[in-house]
Ligand binder design. Sequence first.
Ligand code: PA5
Ligand code: MN
Length: 191
Amino acid sequence: MNIVDPNSAIASIDWNDGSLRGPGIQQSEKTLGQLQAVFKDGEAFAAMDRTQVVYRVQWLSAEAADREGALLWGNTTLEPGKVGDEYFMTHGHFHLKRDRSEFYATVQGEGMLVLMDENREGRVEKMKAGSLHYINGNVAHRVVNTGPSQLRFVACWPADAGHDYGTIAEEGFSLRVVSQNGAPVVLRSNR
Ligand code: PA5
Ligand code: MN
């Protein structure tokens, strides 16, 4: 047996865009129609193509996902665009296991990472190529693309974290990112 196996990496990452290649990589996509609950301007939303893809996610599990301590690696590609004056964004979530933390790292594009704790205290971190973000447990997170091109980031998180989308669908975030005079502005929001 070779102690040094030249093909032992579980996958390969193209660092130009963060994309993954290799066996066992899973993928999903979210269309605008699946994100109706998150945008505030219903009239602008109704005039848009619900089938357009807003973001795609790839992820990779290297072992049984329910083992405490197992990690997942993934990436997200968020398209540029707006619904009314509000930029395209991910749905956003708390982790089902609330104390699970996560890393995000930006590969390309510009955006904002919107964070909110369980008391609805919110803040944002600017995302740009090379920015590394640590999302503490018990903190909901959403990414907003404020730029003219795709925003791409990679992520690493505990495999047993899970996604709680319901709380955000019902209560929303306490901050929204909108375009005013062509520049992103963060506004307080009650949902
Ligand atoms: O695990 C994460 O936090 C990310 O991989 C997100 O799931 C991804 O960015 C898509 O966002 P959301 O899960 O809020 O739809
Ligand atoms: Mn997460």
